[in-house]
Write a protein of this length. Structure first.
Ligand code: PGA
Length: 254
């Protein structure tokens, strides 16, 4: 068990929520609650709130991330934002391949890989999301699906670059549904993903990789999930919109 080798990372995924005043308010309330946390704290906010969030978080341990980036540096991609544009703002993290991007915006394993590459090339850390649909779990192909998503997403990523990858295991059926995977279910898949990474990069690299669980994580289930040997943190949607709830999860991880 090598959990102590890894820093716990709790990241909030605000999704398409909060105005700029909301952003200043939420980060302002969060800062004193999480000052001195033993884990890394990240808030991934909508693009329009990035600058506001960076300003609000200045001088604190709250780091700011985005929720997506394009794979090209620039060009005719109406509505998209490049990884370089995020880096230029001072953003250091970006979520890639969230299931909502895969479900509603045609994201594929291949485009996820391209976006991961772009994030790494721009110097960002990618929070790479993988996870099975409910029918895939029922068909007992969760392991295969998560292994395939992980392998394709990491194609062309070097061992050195792996240090700037966080994997978030998010079973799609648990996102925003209030249905959390049991600690055992979540721990098992996170362990399996770590094995996939060990086969690709070796045990030491896999032991150093932070793997989060995401999907209806909240203050009452966080401690049990985070106690699992292969779960090193969480990607939090709904509960990251309330400073007290998000802080309680961070406390459980610290
Ligand atoms: P949830 O979302 O915590 O609201 O289930 C998690 C996520 O989508 O990252």
């Amino acid at each position: 068990m090598n959990k102590e080798l890894r820093k716990a990372v709790i990241a909030g995924n605000w999704k398409m929520n909060n105005t700029r005043p909301d952003t200043t308010g939420l980060i302002g309330r969060l800062k004193p609650l999480v000052a001195g946390a033993a884990c890394d704290v990240i808030a991934c906010v909508p693009h329009t709130n990035l600058e506001t969030a960076l300003k609000a978080a200045q001088g604190s341990n709250v780091k700011i991330g985005a929720q997506n980036c394009h794979w090209a540096n620039s060009g005719a991609f109406t509505g998209e934002i490049s990884a370089g544009m995020l880096a230029e703002l001072g953003v250091r993290y970006v979520i890639i391949g969230h299931s909502e991007r895969r479900q509603y915006f045609g994201e594929t394993d291949v485009t996820v890989n391209q976006r991961v590459r772009a994030a790494l090339d721009a110097g960002l850390t990618a929070i790479l999301c993988v996870g099975e649909l409910l029918e895939q779990r029922e068909q007992e192909i969760t392991g295969e699906i998560c292994a395939m998503q992980t392998k394709i997403a990491l194609s062309g990523v070097s061992k050195q670059e792996l240090a700037r990858i966080i994997i978030a295991y998010e079973p799609v059926w648990a996102i925003g549904t209030g249905k959390t995977a049991t600690a055992q279910q979540a721990g098992e898949v996170c362990g399996l993903i770590r094995n996939v990474v060990a086969n690709l990069y070796g045990k030491a690299a896999a032991d150093a990789l932070t793997i989060q669980y995401g999907g209806s994580m909240n203050p009452s289930n966080a401690a049990e999930l985070l106690a699992m040997p292969d779960i090193d943190g969480g990607l939090i949607g709904g509960a990251s919109l309330k400073a007290e709830d998000f802080a309680a999860i961070i406390k459980a991880a610290s």
